[in-house]
Design a protein around this ligand. Structure first.
Ligand code: ZN
Length: 191
């Protein structure tokens, strides 16, 4: 099971992102089509310098219409997924974009696609001040019921190393395979 944290850096400092990535033991997946920013700390190379091996820019998960106001269109979802798999096995991911509001950002579309079609994962809205208290959200409801609130009234996530260590370690490839099998209604002895 993957924990997916959605994060928009508007109004935040890159050092806060580094702190969250370390606290959560997560890989930061930058899903901007262009990793540029008027604020130098949010550009690709300063981020690599700051977050190092925990940073991955996945351009294929960018929204090709981000600058023209058109509908969300992911550049190449499958190729982006391949890039992510190539980054190794991570149990926690932070999907990063510049947009302040998750419900107005393509990161929600990505999370929905991942959670429902590719990876068994639980989706959270990153709490920048207290990452361990990030609130679980339902991407499915948010996308399919316009006007519905994004947040679920669920218990906030409390990443606890002990309990997470109890979970079987699942690679992205295994997760995708078992998801496909379960969608086909086949029994998966490994689960
Ligand atoms: Zn965005």
């Amino acid at each position: 099971m993957i924990d997916l944290y959605l994060a928009g850096y508007a109004g935040r400092k890159a050092t806060e992102l580094r702190r969250a990535a370390l606290l959560l033991d997560a890989l930061v997946v930058d899903v901007r089509l262009s990793p540029r920013s008027p604020r130098p700390e949010w550009r690709k190379y300063p981020l690599i310098g700051l977050i190092k091996g925990r940073y991955l820019w996945v351009q294929d998960w960018g929204n090709v219409n981000y600058a023209n106001g058109g509908p969300v269109q992911i550049r190449d979802f499958e190729r982006g997924l391949e890039a992510l798999r190539g980054a190794g096995d991570w149990r926690r991911l932070i999907l990063l974009c510049g947009c302040a509001r998750t419900e107005q950002c393509h990161r929600l579309v990505l999370a929905d696609e991942l959670a429902w079609n590719h990876l068994p994962c639980v989706v959270y809205e990153l709490d920048w001040a207290d990452p361990a208290s990030s609130v679980r959200i339902s991407t499915y409801d948010a996308l399919r019921r316009p006007g519905s609130t994004l947040m679920e009234s669920m218990t906030p996530a409390r990443p606890d190393e002990k309990s997470f260590d109890d979970l079987p370690h699942v690679s992205f490839a295994d997760a995708a395979r078992s998801r496909r099998r379960s969608l086909l209604g086949e029994t998966n002895a490994a689960e």
